[in-house]
Design a protein around this ligand. Sequence first.
Ligand code: PMP
Length: 360
Amino acid sequence: RAPDYIRAIAPYQAGKPISELAREMGLDEAAIVKLASNENPLGLPPKARAALEAALSDLARYPDGNGFALKAAIAERFAVTQDQVLLGNGSNDILELVARTFLRPGDSVVFSEYAFAVYPLVTQATGARAIEVKARDYGHDLDAMLAAIEPSTRLVFIANPNNPTGTLIKPGALLEFLEAVPEDVLVVLDEAYTEYLAPELRADVIGFLARFPNLLVSRTFSKAYGLAGLRVGFALASAAIVGMINRVRQPFNVNSLAQAAAVAALDDADFLARAVALNRQGMAQLTEALARLDLPYIPSFANFVTFHVGDAAALNSYFLRHGVIVRPLASYNMKNSLRVSIGLEEENARFIEVLEAALR
Ligand code: PMP
């Protein structure tokens, strides 16, 4: 029998495969527009595609269990040492590894209302207690989060920008927070969407790492780098923290294809720049339409935008019937809101067209 704290977990609701949805709705699979998972609409970076082809010949061998080449590339890019880099099977794996390494029943974890859904999951799976702090304007209320830290608190999760709200904590506020957090509490700064930020909005996390030994920064190749299906994430932290987590990590948690593609993606500056530029244009396209249609939305710093409607469940099924997949947020307790990812211009246009039709 699973422990009560496992039985109490609300299962993560994954979306249906497109093929299944197409069958159910009687739609042509190719006509379906998927704007539900904050993926990169440009697809694979060209350099990653070439690296994947080259890596195929080695697939009968185990991956490099230490991810040497990828860690070296990340260390060089971010000016840290290789023992400060941790690799994960997506950044979800990083979040889970952190929880498994540092939490036990009786501990507590602080995170915000409307913060990324995986924080409560990985917390509860260890038997630790979640302390969910009320959001302010849909974003992190850092003062309230600080005040919520208890003697039993071992971890704080912060998503910046946050999913599903797209809200941002400015670098100055983040720094003040880090200065105030007790040293024996690990702050997990989840920066899955950081590449989309204008440089002046990006915190100097490498500088922060040198100052705060209780900081771990989590990043992913799933968003701006376009490798969501390969599952690669990484964390930057002190060598002591990384060393501790590596004791818990499975040796082959990042497969060979993922490692090869990530090294190449890191080197594909053109692709990254195109992805970020496309996102900026698409964000303008979607938010202009939402404003024109009088639908309030949460200003977003990521690759998606969350907007509010009267009956989100009904609008969501209208979208599905017309082959547009967006993300309902009822599981986040935002039952009047939908989240739409920024797609290609024509995908955004299709979303807007169906939205207009639904509101007529
Ligand atoms: N953190 C945040 C805030 C996210 O939105 C996501 C993806 N939805 C992740 C982490 C995990 O992404 P991945 O496991 O693909 O790296």
